[in-house]
Design a protein around this ligand. Structure first.
Ligand code: ADP
Ligand code: MG
Length: 456
């Protein structure tokens, strides 16, 4: 039996690799909530009609095909909003469905390796050759030789790709090995759930431990997210020891070296006691070679001039580079032009630059608000309760909710504003939202700040 969240997480992995831009992925795909399965359809909840339309019109194809790759028996994907919930039939949240072979290991747990993330598809340059060699060595010889392996480097430089490459390889070369890839967050969440469920189900903790401690290979991605989570760190410490003492392979990744993660010392020491390999930003030649590889895989024929142009613009994040490549392809298809025509490329990139300016963060909004009202940021997000601060604070909160929408949970906004409760955020949002209807001054202020945010 698979839980709906497991199903959805597997689809997300596939979708992440296939969505043209990370922003689109985060905004429109990763934000969907799986509701369940109803009559062989996967039901996904979105926040409002507007987003539903965007997803329906632009991302449903991708969602359907990714779902189909992983779970061939799910025939369709349906996007709904809260209003539709009461009209849903009996939705199943746990189902027994076939999973495509490469997604299951011989344990009942699914192992999800993105099929494109292989060693063959990984381009080697000076910046990553050591990490790649280490990854290949463990993939060829999982066990005690290099243990643990710790890969670290900035965002979008290929850590996850290498881990999946190890996974794909081991699964093929050593089909008997029990291997698991887990994002750190997922481990933390499962641990919390097991602790929570222990009162109802005394086996929940044991199941959790069996799952992680009876593996031949454990890969944990982004271990920096253990920071601040003490009981998860403790659990990881014991998981680590159990595997290590049994000569099982452990592979970790992070955005920084072991000694810089904010975790307890004994775990830090363990993470760093095997092989540590870093990945740096690739040089220009490597970046171009990566683009060439992506083009070959996707069947694009772009000439070296265009590829160089992309590689010169984006220097330290391969995912972004791919985003730009995809943008050029989709733009040229859209306008019916040649993607090798530099005019077309420049138009596409202008479009890209405009859309990346759209990446507005809480910080942008708060800064614009502070500038407009001439208040200090620390006051705005602090405890002061005088009117000169409270009104700008509420307006900023309103704008954050309005502009960032559901991609920004109320609790996160509250956290940003000095640890306020989500109900305080809701109150501010609703108050200003009403006020703009009746008070021209407030309406004008909101408009001015909004213009400032968008640099109009
Ligand atoms: P990280 O986990 O370090 O943030 P990812 O592994 O998700 O980065 O890589 C981001 C994107 O860049 C992926 O699409 C990946 O395939 C690609 N990529 C990164 N490094 C390489 C490389 N050396 N060769 C080919 N593709 C790469
Ligand atoms: Mg990653």
């Amino acid at each position: 039996m698979l839980k709906i969240n497991q199903i959805w997480n597997n689809i997300l992995l596939e979708a992440e690799a296939k969505t043209p831009s990370t922003l689109a992925y985060d905004l429109y795909i990763n934000s969907l909530q799986p509701v369940g399965i109803y009559k062989d359809r996967l039901i996904l909840l979105t926040v409002n009609r507007a987003i539903k339309n965007i997803v329906d019109n632009n991302y449903k194809g991708i969602l359907k095909s990714c779902t189909n790759i992983v779970f061939p028996s799910i025939i369709d994907v349906e996007i709904i909003t809260e209003e539709d919930l009461p009209h849903l039939g009996n939705v199943q949240q746990e189902v027994d469905i076939p999973v495509t072979a490469s997604y299951v290991s011989d344990t009942e747990e699914k192992v999800s390796f993105v099929s494109q993330y292989t060693f063959e598809n990984f381009v080697i340059g000076k910046s990553n050759e050591y990490a790649e060699a280490v990854a290949r060595a463990v993939a060829d010889n999982p066990g005690t030789k290099y243990n643990p392996v710790y890969l670290w480097g900035g965002v979008g430089l290929g850590k996850t790709h290498l881990m999946h490459a190890i996974g794909n390889h081991i699964q093929r070369a050593f089909p008997d090995k029990k291997i698991m890839y887990v994002a750190c967050d997922q481990f933390v969440n499962e641990f919390i759930e097991s602790v929570r469920d222990t009162s109802n189900d005394s086996s929940s903790m044991k199941n959790f431990r069996d799952k992680y401690r009876k593996l031949d290979v454990l890969m944990m991605d982004d271990v920096q997210f253990l920071a601040g989570k003490e009981s998860s760190q403790e659990e990881m410490f014991h998981t680590f020891n159990a595997l290590y003492l049994a000569n099982k392979q452990i592979i970790l990744s992070s955005d920084r070296p072991p000694k810089e993660i904010k975790i307890e010392d004994r775990l830090k020491t363990r993470f760093g006691m095997g092989i540590i390999a870093d990945i740096q930003a690739p040089d220009l030649e490597t970046r171009i070679a990566i683009l060439q590889k992506k083009c070959n895989n996707k069947g694009y024929t772009l000439n070296i001039k265009v590829l160089s142009l992309i590689a010169e613009k984006i220097t330290n994040n391969i995912r972004e580079m791919e985003g730009m490549l995809n943008r050029i392809i989709s733009y040229s298809t859209l306008v019916g032009g040649d993607p090798n025509d530099l005019n077309i490329v420049n138009d596409a990139l202008r479009d890209y630059a405009d859309s990346s300016n759209d990446i507005i963060t809480i910080d942008h909004i708060v800064n614009a608000g502070c500038e407009y009202f001439h208040v200090k940021k620390e006051d705005l997000i602090g405890k002061k309760k005088n009117k000169e601060i409270v009104v700008p604070r509420q307006i900023c909160i309103y704008l954050i909710c309005d502009i960032l929408g559901q991609s920004m949970p109320l609790a996160t906004i509250g956290e940003f504003f000095g640890g306020r409760d989500h109900t305080t955020v809701m109150h501010a949002r609703d108050k200003i939202s009403e006020e703009i209807k009746t008070n021209d001054v407030t309406a004008a202020q909101v408009k001015d700040i909004r213009d400032k945010i968008y640099n109009r």
